[in-house]
Design a protein around this ligand. Structure first.
Ligand code: CA
Length: 453
């Protein structure tokens, strides 16, 4: 009897200690809110300075920067949506994860950081843009756009109505940025509160066609937006470049095409658009000023919704123990070099704007110059969650860098490769250090593992 009693007591004690230890472990491990937008480039954040800093509407991004750390030299390793998203999830370069261009899918049985978090006691969720075609794996909950998704009344797909790529889903009434933030808050509210969470909130904005909700329609009315010095750069004749790039004139043609054809693939706000009677300089000027206002309005709606997320964390008492990250999948040209779009190793496209807030260990208003890459993101997240860096991740945690303690052996240069190839925007690869950049542009498409030709 006595022996049995002590056995029972010992067992009860073990169970209690084990429960305490799990509870303690979970309390120590932070939640992670990873907010990703599409193409919301550093020139439009305000916190990176530049000619737009006084005209962009970004109070919440500025608040995050005041309360956290901004990365001055964060870069993507392949400046296009699908590959950057795959790299963020896998911590691998495109040549390792096999997602080189917009054409490849993420295989559900491949490793990603959400799977690792799930196995280590986190609740995981992704809401918004996915763009990796096949069913998201590693997420306890997903609610994702098919392909690019729509700005208005977007269709979103969950486990219950999943179909490959563009198929499946249910329509949600409203503007996508508002809907994605609303669903994110709902999920956080209704989560299993015994576990920490990894929530990936991925906005469709500010991707082309740069749309915005009604409440920002009149933002910047009557405001003269500054122009980049190289806006009237008309290509190789004046620059010596060997390729044309994605010029503002291509965007002008799309505005004109959509004005004539409402079924055009992109539905731009604020049409009709006309350049009748304008010369090439005046037409480019008009295109830029429409584009930049739409883009800033689209970004204002992202910022506004980041504000809603931050307010919810504050009100629910989660703010102190939640790491908040806001970044974009790559940069974007806002008229510099006469371009829009991304893809190139040029600074505007290469740089990923990135801000992180974690009051427990990151000093507010700090900035670091270290070269950080998107392959590093999942290593950082694992580090915060007290998870040993999985072997499949090629990047490194920059948790110490964020505290101002850059490891001595931290990289001094980076490698970049853009795999899609067209005459106007050729495939290329390059390296960049803190001072120089060297790029090699291909004349023809090379064969590679993901190549279909
Ligand atoms: Ca993108």
């Amino acid at each position: 009897m006595t022996t049995k009693f002590f056995q029972f007591l010992a067992l009860a004690l073990v169970i209690t200690l084990s429960a305490c230890s799990t509870k303690q472990k979970n309390e120590e491990r932070p939640n992670i809110l990873f907010i990703l937008s599409d193409d919301h480039t550093s020139q439009a954040w305000g916190v990176y300075g530049g000619i737009l800093k006084d005209v962009v509407h970004t109070p919440n991004i500025r608040k995050l920067a005041d309360e956290g750390c901004v990365l001055n030299n964060c870069f993507c390793t392949n400046s296009i949506c699908t590959p950057s998203r795959a790299t963020i999830l896998t911590g691998q370069y495109s040549h390792r994860n096999g997602i080189y261009t917009l054409s490849e899918a993420m295989e559900p049985d491949s490793m990603n950081i959400a799977k690792v978090f799930q196995k280590n006691g986190y609740q995981t969720a992704i809401i918004g843009k996915w763009h990796l075609k096949k069913e998201p794996a590693g997420f306890d909950y997903y609610c994702v756009l098919p392909g690019q998704g729509r700005y208005w009344n977007p269709v979103l797909k969950t486990k219950e109505n999943w179909e490959y790529y563009y198929g499946g889903g249910v329509e949600h009434k409203g503007f996508s940025t508002d809907i994605i933030a609303g669903l994110t808050i709902d999920w956080i509210k209704n989560r299993d509160k015994t576990k920490p969470f990894l929530m990936m909130c991925h906005f469709k904005a500010t991707h082309e066609p740069f749309d915005y909700p009604e409440r920002f329609k009149n933002l910047l009315d009557g405001v003269e937006i500054p122009e980049p010095e190289s806006l009237y750069d008309f290509g190789k004749e004046t620059t010596g470049r060997t390729f044309e790039g994605q010029t503002m004139d291509a965007l002008k043609d799309r505005y004109l095409e959509n004005t004539k054809n409402p079924d055009f693939w992109a539905h731009y706000p604020g049409l009709p658009f006309s350049v009748d009677g304008l010369d090439s300089i005046a037409a480019r000027k008009k295109t830029y000023h429409k584009f930049i206002k739409d883009y800033i309005r689209s970004g204002a709606a992202v910022d506004d919704n980041i504000g809603k997320l931050l307010d919810y964390l504050e009100k629910s008492g989660l703010a102190k123990n939640t790491v908040v990250i806001y970044t974009a999948d790559q940069g974007y040209f806002l008229g510099e070099h006469g371009f829009f779009d991304k893809r190139l190793i040029y600074e505007e496209s290469l740089r990923m704007p990135f801000v992180i807030r974690y009051p427990k260990e990151i000093k507010g208003g700090s900035r670091i110059d270290d070269i950080i890459l998107n392959i590093d993101f999942p290593a950082l997240l694992a580090d915060y969650a007290n998870i040993k860096k999985p072997a499949f991740i090629q990047g490194e945690s920059f948790r110490e860098n964020l505290k101002g303690n850059t490891p001595k052996e931290w990289r001094k240069s980076m490698y970049y490769r853009y795999w899609l190839h067209s005459v106007k925007r050729p495939g290329h690869f390059g390296i960049r250090n803190h001072r120089y950049k060297l790029a090699f542009f291909l004349r023809a498409k090379l064969k590679y593992a993901g190549s279909r030709t």
